[in-house]
Design a binder for this molecule. Structure first.
Ligand SMILES: [Zn+2]
Length: 191
């Protein structure tokens, strides 16, 4: 699995400025794996396989990152798939999507860092009287430290170390820094 991430450029190693402003030697662009249907099938197959015994009625994902993964997991499980999205900062279930009392719901996300979005989706599921039966993600960047559910599954789990800019060892070594956003707009990872 790690090889697929490296091959597709989804897992970049170097010196990066994260959106938080902190620096890291690792950056994930999950979408770079998931854009390839053969990888999407395999990655989501891991998640669907893990939860196949949970009698899942519905898959829900936080928009936008979780939608592709959620849709494929839902397709493989053969269940309804919906998503939640932020409206004026608050995670909501819209577009005519609804959950019923007792409905067994699997929450699927692409990348978990702090778990904030997933936590809010779980709250929405519970508010509807439905039952969150598990949480799945493609990449857990907290290496298991962020616990959102007793049945939580990550295809890939790893610790992503980050540093305050003034404490960054890569800066001290004089390694040039990249902002992954600008790198992407420049046409993908440099060699
Ligand atoms: Zn640095």
């Amino acid at each position: 699995m790690l090889e697929i991430f490296k091959q597709t450029g989804a897992l970049l190693e170097g010196h990066f400025k994260l959106t938080s402003g902190r620096h890291s030697n690792t950056y994930f662009q999950c979408a770079k794996v998931l854009q390839h249907p053969e990888h999407l099938t395999v990655v989501c197959g891991e998640i669907a396989g893990h939860f196949s015994g949970e009698a899942v009625d519905t898959v829900i994902s936080p928009a936008i990152g979780g939608i592709v993964v959620g849709t494929e997991v839902g397709r493989q499980l053969g269940v309804k798939t919906i998503f939640a999205e932020r409206k004026e900062g608050k995670m909501t279930i819209r577009r005519g999507f609804s959950l019923e009392k007792g409905e067994r719901v699997l929450v699927v996300e692409d990348v978990i860092t702090t778990g904030g979005s997933v936590r809010e989706v779980i709250e929405q599921v519970e508010a509807a009287g439905a039952v969150p039966v598990g949480v799945a993600c493609v990449v857990d960047r907290s290496n298991g430290k962020v616990r959102l559910h007793a049945n939580q599954y990550a295809v890939l789990s790893m610790e992503v170390v980050s540093y305050a800019p003034e404490e960054c060892p890569l800066c001290h070594e004089g390694v040039p820094i990249e902002a992954p956003g600008s790198r992407a707009s420049a046409g993908g990872p440099a060699a």
